[in-house]
Write a protein that binds this ligand. Structure first.
Ligand code: NAD
Length: 294
């Protein structure tokens, strides 16, 4: 599959598209913001005029959009992917959306002979740039086998977890673990700092032990530098936790800790921190304890 369409060229989509270009794939790209298209065109892609246009020119279409409504608009809406795609086209939606929305998009696509895989990612902008994302894929094995190499350009690990929707269920599990880890790190580091211990030293002392984690290693240096530039915005994490709470309640799973961290993030959004990186969750605890972890 050499002719790829890429829709959604934001923080994640842009470097992912650029890595596909570097690997020699021919790309037609589209975003509702024209400047984002121009930037990737400069790197060698062709500009599409709509999602429909991108799909008409591609064998494989990748979407990397904020949430379920945007994916539905770009795929099912007017001048969307399904208006332009030929039967046999594979659509990989790499956005983090509700698993039920993935299933709905897949059902509608089937009527047009388009096969859908949901393939959300973990790793954030740095790993998108390096091409080392963790990619969790739901959908038919046969389609997965056809696109595994393409996904391998963007990710260090590409794992099929089940049928369509299961990629996004896996991503919800991932987002619960990340949110709760950042909150735990924040609570602990505010305690250490206000008790008079240097948080940098605490970080160095514990990172090799059982409390060490990818989250701690990625977020603590940014917290210590007071750098909350996204990265992954708190408002996007709110979106993921909202999807997690809805899905959990639908299947009958109480999620008390996720609900608590959701309210922490809601308070940060009210406090104008919604566009900060999710490492900025610590600002909630800092405000309560009147101390800064730097
Ligand atoms: P972003 O807001 O930077 O990018 C989304 C892009 O989609 C924007 O450029 C926007 O203009 C475009 N867009 C919106 N609606 C559109 C439409 N109808 N048609 C065409 N383009 C449209 O978001 P992002 O940070 O790149 O995140 C994308 C997805 O990846 C989200 O689901 C997010 O949860 C997930 N994700 C993000 C990160 C991260 O660290 N940023 C990490 C893992 C997963």
């Amino acid at each position: 599959m050499k002719k790829i369409g890429f829709i959604g060229l934001g923080i994640m989509g842009k470097p992912m598209a650029k890595n596909l270009l570097k690997a020699g794939y021919s790309l037609t790209v589209y975003d509702i913001v024209p400047e984002k298209v121009e930037d990737v065109v400069k790197a060698g892609a062709k500009a599409g005029t709509s999602s429909k246009d991108v799909a008409a020119k591609s064998e494989l279409v990748i979407t990397m959009l904020p949430n379920s409504p945007e994916v539905k608009e770009a795929v099912l809406g007017k001048d969307g992917v399904l208006d332009g795609a030929k039967p046999g086209t594979i659509l990989i939606d790499m956005s983090s959306i509700a698993p039920l929305a993935s299933k709905e998009v897949s059902e509608r696509a089937k009527n047009k002979g388009v096969i859908v895989l949901d393939a959300p990612v973990s790793g954030g902008e740095p790993k998108a740039i390096e091409g080392t994302l963790a990619i969790m894929v739901g959908g038919p094995q046969e389609a997965f086998d056809q696109v595994k190499d393409v996904l391998g350009v963007m990710g260090a690990s590409v794992t099929r977890v089940g049928e369509v929707g299961s990629g996004n269920t896996t991503k919800l599990a991932n987002q619960i673990i990340v949110a709760l880890n950042i909150a735990a790190m924040s609570e602990a580091m505010v305690l250490a700092t206000k008790s008079g211990v240097d948080p940098e030293k605490v970080f160095q002392a514990i990172r090799g032990g059982l409390a060490g984690s990818t989250v701690l290693d990625a977020k603590m240096p940014l917290v210590l530098a007071g750098n909350f530039k996204p990265g992954f915005r708190i408002e996007l994490h709110i979106k993921d936790l909202a999807n997690a709470l809805d899905t959990a309640h639908e299947v009958g799973v109480p999620v008390p800790l996720s609900s608590a961290v959701m309210e922490v993030m809601q308070a940060l959004r009210v406090d104008a921190h919604g566009a900060d990186d999710h490492g900025g969750i610590i600002q909630f605890y800092e405000k309560l304890a009147k101390v800064q972890v730097r």
